[in-house]
Ligand binder design. Structure first.
Ligand code: 5GP
Ligand code: ZN
Length: 112
């Protein structure tokens, strides 16, 4: 089982900030901004490259949930960033897709 599937199964603890039947969101263990939340599907998908047409709904739910969490944390107006890293050059380290929600400080662009 992958690391994030273990968090979903409660085999590894996490600071969970949202959960429903399909989506889990939790604080990143190594936060890069005052808000750094990972929003993941409960169904294992390794990378964006594996997405199928049937996955369009869950990807939309991840993005919409990130926006709702940003609103709840008061960073929707100041601004926030949502990122999926895919494979080596993007620095993907956990191969279960996760949407990073980052905010609460100015974020440089372009990213490193
Ligand atoms: P990636 O580099 O794959 O886009 O992002 C993986 C993220 O998962 C990193 O930001 C990293 O800090 C986070 N992470 C890795 N292991 C754990 C863990 O056990 N718990 C939590 N909450 N986050 C983790
Ligand atoms: Zn997984």
């Amino acid at each position: 089982m992958c690391l994030f599937c273990k968090i979903i199964a409660r085999e590894i603890p996490a600071s969970i900030v949202y959960e429903d039947d399909r989506v889990l969101a939790f604080d990143d263990i190594n936060p890069q901004a005052p808000t750094h939340v990972l929003v993941i599907p409960k169904r294992h998908i390794g990378t964006l490259s594996e997405l199928q047409p049937d996955d369009d709904g869950i990807v939309g739910e991840l993005v919409r949930r990130a926006a709702i969490l940003a609103g709840e944390r008061g960073i929707a107006i100041s601004g926030f960033r949502t990122v999926f890293n895919t494979n080596r050059d993007a620095g993907q380290t956990v191969f279960h897709i996760h949407l990073h929600l980052l905010g609460g400080r100015g974020l440089a662009w372009p990213p490193g």
